[in-house]
Design a protein around this ligand. Sequence first.
Ligand code: G3P
Ligand code: MG
Length: 240
Amino acid sequence: MSIILGHRGASGYAPENTLEAFRLAMDMGADGFELDVHLSRDGELIVMHDETVDRTTDGSGQIQSFTLKELKRLDASNGMPQYKGAKIPTLGELYDLIRDTRHLVNVEIKTDQIVYPGIAEKVLKLEQEKGMEGRILYSSFNHYTLQELRQIKPDVKYGILYSDGLFEPWKYAKSIGAAYIHPHWRTLLYPGMIEGSLAAGIGINPWTVNDEGIMELCIRHGIGVITNYPDKALAIRDTK
Ligand code: G3P
Ligand code: MG
């Protein structure tokens, strides 16, 4: 059965990467969510998409130039007035929120532009401290970061993020110990892509699947759906 994950939470309806968006995804019935992490100046794991706070908050500057206390003063409602006062969460706060649930989390480590020192070690330590083992799937566009995870925890589960037409991606995924591929949804349409990956035992979690036709395709093949609109994907899954 397809696993349906809210991309940055239910970000089609609530400010992306806030606890409000994650709560809404859970209320809708999503199996979990995808989120993005960076490090603050004082080494905290910060849930946000961009490297800077400019687009989604009322502040400006790089996340890595703020302390957690400074980041907490910002409004992360991202132009949605009904969510005014929403805060930037830490990864630990999200884990506290979902501790007693069964939701899955795809933690995307945002080291494609800034290589945050020690971030691989920190996410794994937090997963253990918060009792989240077995519920976290890591991903990154920076596959060196994924190897760092594996060096620290050989049985860690991760997916390779990529955007373009990687040929027979399951072969590459296997070669670097990835259990999943996390491709841009467009690549699902390349010949043999879905079948080849599944036959090789490599799971597929495409992003960002907001088109209902592509949701249908994913659900028909039993592959993951990372979407801003988990309610739409759930409605399609319910009809199957
Ligand atoms: O992890 C899937 C997707 O979030 C990757 O792209 O830029 O939305 O983080 P982006
Ligand atoms: Mg992401």
